[in-house]
Design a protein around this ligand. Sequence first.
Ligand code: FMN
Length: 308
Amino acid sequence: MAIPASLQKGLKLPVIAAPMFLVSGPDLVVECCNNGVIGAFPSLNQRTTEGYREWLHDIKGRLTPDAAAFGVNHIVHPTNPRLMADMMVSVEEKVPLIITSLGAVRDVVDAVHGYGGVVFHDIANVRHARKAAQAGVDGLILVANGAGGHAGVVNPFALVEEVRTFFDGTIILSGCLSTGRDVAAATMMGADFAYMGTRFISTTESQAQAEYKQMIVDAGASDITYTPAVSGIPANFLTPSLVANGIDPKSLPEHKLDMADEAKAWKTVWSAGQGAGAVHDILPTADLVGRLRDEYAEACAVFDKKRF
Ligand SMILES: Cc1cc2nc3c(=O)[nH]c(=O)nc-3n(C[C@H](O)[C@H](O)[C@H](O)COP(=O)(O)O)c2cc1C
């Protein structure tokens, strides 16, 4: 159980701002890293591989010398035609943290280790965690019940404990972590990092539309619908945004609705996790990270004094 040495530089809180399709871009990443948490984005948020390389140059050029590391998410699946080209750019540019989704592949791990990078892989169940551990990943991102995006259905306590029985790499917990208290709780459960998506959508620097950011502020856990209808794989969406697109949340099919392409679907139907209920404001990332650090320190101090 440890945070890899290369990711400890500049880290002021064990938090990764999770990569989010259409939401995470250079401004959010730079603000995260310069304030001491790891920022990340999916390479597919740029339309082309060359655009992806330009984003990397932009980010690197704006990071302060004591910034935390940054990460890039690659979808390792045959449906991603850009995988090879984007991975080559990641290797050439020596991206410190590669976050893989869907496929955990030994070749990708070897390529990243070849330049000293670190690979964390997304899993939503124990079977996939075992496969990724065998592929040699450095860390497992446990995507628990209630998370934004393609969430799992397993309880976070169950997931952390079971994965720890066979994996001694870095454990990153994902799902409904919104406050510094949640970060402290995640580390107390045995996770090395908290992975936070929804909380970072409602920041000044995220690329989400203003109405999307506000909808999260207004939402609670009961305003989140878990359905495969938007992307084919079950994911969590803001119920008011389903309604706004003429989709009745009470009669959703078990298959993907005909909604043109995937990007268009995610652009109009907005994803968020059940942790939306703990998001009460839209604020600059620097202020959010400062608040998370204060809440974390306070939670640790209170716990130290508690007996039962
Ligand atoms: C709008 C949105 C888009 C997402 N897109 C991606 C993605 O492209 N790749 C990925 O690995 N995870 C994606 N995720 C999942 C997040 O990386 C993370 O696991 C999740 O947001 C954590 O749960 P939380 O939102 O409850 O904090 C997305 C999540 C959201 C809310």
